[in-house]
Design a protein around this ligand. Structure first.
Ligand SMILES: Nc1ncnc2c1ncn2[C@@H]1O[C@H](COP(=O)(O)OP(=O)(O)OP(=O)(O)O)[C@@H](O)[C@H]1O
Ligand SMILES: [Mg+2]
Length: 271
């Protein structure tokens, strides 16, 4: 890993070293709240139980999920699916797979679960999964087998589920939009990732980390942050969380062209 990483963070070892690839990213967790979450993650990562990452948008849910997958030493793939993007008509086949039939010229499909065999299925915005698919997913998790569309025989499946949500799933259960049993299962493995404004100790290490990532990628000298810039970063509430911080630092680096970063270089939208 490059030498721009602030001390105390967790670095990934991965064959994909492209600095912009999420696979090559380090997890900057310096604030005591983040360190506490990290300790919890280290304990839970190795198990096979489903986990739920609850956090606002842009906080690093997927990055954390990838970290858990790596720590778990599962040998299969990490498969990330945004539940809102599942097709309305073919969501069941996309998720659970389907068998081929010559009758209607349909080919077989492993489905997301089949693709994650031996690995981890990351379901982002799990509340967007239609209720009927939630119930089927629960069956799969409880019995360790999946019934593909068009088949009458279940096949064994070994997949660890990591779900993420920016919504309060308890409210969705009360509104009749989320299955109560799946909720109970996920809630037992709840990981709360605080918003960036609740982890002030992460802001400057993350800012330096992103400057390092983009300076390396753009082949620019690594600039320092002026004191005013640091204060501006610490004072902002970051409604878009870490992704917003990353975008602000990327832009500031381009504007400063390697010189020290001034507060005026930060495109912070006042809230
Ligand atoms: N702790 C962290 N250390 C380093 N980089 C981070 C950290 N948290 C987030 N990032 C970076 O911030 C960006 C957003 O992270 P990610 O995509 O994991 O968030 P998300 O919660 O899944 O977002 P969304 O709600 O939009 O799906 C990514 O570029 C990620 O690498
Ligand atoms: Mg995400």
């Amino acid at each position: 890993m490059s030498n721009f990483l602030p001390s105390g963070l967790l670095s990934f070892s991965d064959s994909d070293r492209s600095p912009l690839s999420i696979r090559a990213r380090a997890l900057v967790f310096i604030d005591p709240r983040s360190r506490q979450l990290h300790e919890q993650v280290e304990v839970l990562a190795e198990g096979v139980q489903p986990l739920l990452i609850h956090a606002e948008s842009g906080t690093g849910k997927e990055l954390l999920a990838r970290h858990i997958h790596r720590q778990s030493a599962r040998t299969g793939l990490f498969v990330a699916v945004n539940c809102g993007a599942l097709s309305k008509a073919h969501g069941a086949a996309e998720l659970f797979g389907q068998t081929a039939t010559h009758l209607v010229g349909r080919s077989s499909r492993a489905g997301w679960l089949g693709s994650a065999q031996g690995g981890t299925l990351y379901l982002d915005e799990v509340a967007d999964l239609p209720l009927s698919l939630q119930q089927r997913l629960l069956q799969v998790l409880q019995h360790g087998e999946v019934l593909r569309e068009g088949s009458r025989h279940s096949v064994p499946v070994d997949v660890r589920l990591l779900a993420a949500s920016s919504l309060d799933l308890g409210l969705a259960v009360r509104a009749g939009k989320f299955d109560a049993q799946l909720y109970a299962l996920l809630q037992a493995g709840l990981l709360m990732l605080p918003a960036l404004r609740q982890r002030l100790g992460d802001i400057l290490p993350l800012a330096e980390y992103f400057l390092g990532v983009y300076a390396e990628r753009l082949d620019l000298p690594l600039p320092l942050l002026s004191e005013e810039a640091e204060q501006a970063l610490l004072n902002h509430r970051w409604p878009g969380n870490t992704r917003e911080l990353e975008n602000v630092l990327h832009f500031a680096l381009l504007v400063s062209q390697g010189e020290s970063i001034a507060a005026a270089d930060l495109q912070i939208v006042r809230d």
